[in-house]
Design a protein. Structure first.
Length: 437
């Protein structure tokens, strides 16, 4: 692997791409430490030290921003508005016929959908930035911190507008940096930035487990977590690479004096067809009740019940709801992202068929049957992986940002595999040995 890295850096064009990607990463991490104008940096650091590690309400967004959210920096919103906008547009493509037609137009339609995604990203950034500023001004961002209400000393309208505009501009810059990496660097830019955001707090979270450990100075807990993490990485790699290959045969066609077709191929159906999307959906949906209680300030019985059962992640009600939502969203996302009838129609149009299955409707029913069968283990696997932070809370007293948590480990392994494969393919084009030997 190290030899492959050395050969990659010896190749001029590949070296330029790697250095360009590293430069963008440095800029991204630099912006994650520059505070927004109007924020008291000293008070923010005090509150982060006191309550930042236990802030479960904004834990998911803080993880995707590389810790920049609770620091209230110019990149505080991170890549999350773009992710949300992309998911919304992907869901709307199934519902709105115009978007569905754009998707079928090829590159021009995809460019138009990307433009809509950018506009929606800006709108979501303004909305989320306004909510973050309002939360910081009221002191609700850090509950239990004595100086939480003094994070934004100047509460004038002008200061609020400047803060919202700065964070929105920061989101646009992050989106632009991601697209630059995709065009001129290595891998998918948005995925790389997401990877860096999560990996930024990885070592700190691991060391925190060692400091909180009680056996042999915390080294026993630290070692156990490392072993569990390696086992989880191996499991995630195995499941992410697993797929059911549906054989497809194309009949021969005579056009003039030449015969076309007659080839054999397959349709790869991944076990985890939905990726990390169901975990993000379920986490975001479970944050809504806690947000409602926090912003309403109600002390009614329903608010007390939500605070007791759906704020802490170790309660049985929360665990059950989280697991069931992940399973539901896994089936929901697969249903909207893979259309068996469309695939069957395309196969029939080009003379393809599955051996032993008639073309047309029987093919669509067979694909739907196979997809449902492999989605069950995929959804259960996602649910179990996502519950690892809960087990860490009970076993090690770790915080919600457990380093080997479900969302983080899925993204890190997935993006890592994708980037390694892209570097490997470029090395193989130059007759070099790649990473995966």
């Amino acid at each position: 692997m190290l030899t492959a890295f050395a050969r990659a850096f010896k190749t001029p064009d590949l070296r330029k791409k790697l250095l360009f990607t590293l430069g963008i990463i440095v800029l991204f991490r630099l912006g994650s430490h520059i505070p927004v104008p109007g924020v008291s940096y000293k008070n923010v650091q005090i509150c982060v030290d006191q309550a930042g590690s236990n802030n479960s309400l904004f834990g998911l967004v803080n993880m995707f921003s590389g810790g920049a959210l609770l620091q209230i920096t110019i990149f505080a919103l991170g890549i999350m508005p773009y992710i949300t906008a992309s998911i919304i547009l992907q869901l709307l493509t199934v519902v709105i016929p115009k978007l569905e037609n754009l998707k079928k137009e090829g590159q021009s339609g995809t460019a138009k959908i990307t433009q809509y995604t950018r506009y929606l990203t800006v709108a979501l950034a303004i909305l989320q930035g306004t909510g973050l500023v309002a939360t910081a001004r009221t002191g609700a961002l850090f509950q239990g911190c004595q100086v939480a209400s003094q994070i934004v000393p100047n509460r004038s309208i002008f200061t609020t507008i400047v803060m919202v505009v700065t964070m929105t501009a920061g989101t646009c810059v992050v989106m632009w940096l991601g697209e630059l990496v995709t065009d001129r660097g290595i891998g998918n830019g948005m995925s790389i930035l997401m990877f860096i955001s999560i990996a930024a707090g990885f070592m700190g979270a691991l060391w925190q487990i060692k400091l909180q450990g009680k056996i042999a100075g915390g080294w026993v807990e630290f070692g156990v977590v490392i072993l569990v993490g390696l086992a989880m990485v191996a499991l995630v790699v195995f499941v992410e690479q697993a797929q059911r290959r549906i054989p497809v045969q194309y009949a021969k066609r005579m056009i003039g004096r030449r015969a076309y077709g007659g080839t054999s191929t397959y349709i790869p159906l991944k076990v985890n067809q939905a990726g990390v999307i169901p975990v993000i959906f379920a986490s975001s949906l479970l944050y809504i009740p806690a947000l409602i209680v926090q912003f309403s300030g109600s002390t009614a019985s329903w608010a007390t019940w939500i605070q007791k059962h759906f704020v802490k992640g170790d309660h049985p009600y929360y665990i059950a709801a989280y697991f069931l939502l992940i399973v539901f969203f896994a089936f929901f996302y697969v249903a909207i992202s893979f259309n068996p009838e469309e695939v069957a129609d395309n196969m029939k149009k080009y003379g393809g068929f599955i051996p032993g299955i008639r073309a047309g409707r029987p093919t669509a029913e067979y694909l739907s049957y196979v997809l449902n069968r492999i989605t069950w283990p995929g959804s259960l696997y996602l649910g179990l992986i996502a519950l690892v932070p809960t087990m860490a809370l009970a076993g090690f007293g770790a915080n919600q940002n457990f380093p080997f948590g479900g969302t983080s480990i899925l993204i890190i392994v997935g993006v890592g595999l994708e980037t390694v494969k892209q570097i490997e393919s470029q090395l193989q084009q130059r007759n070099y040995e790649g990473f995966l030997r």
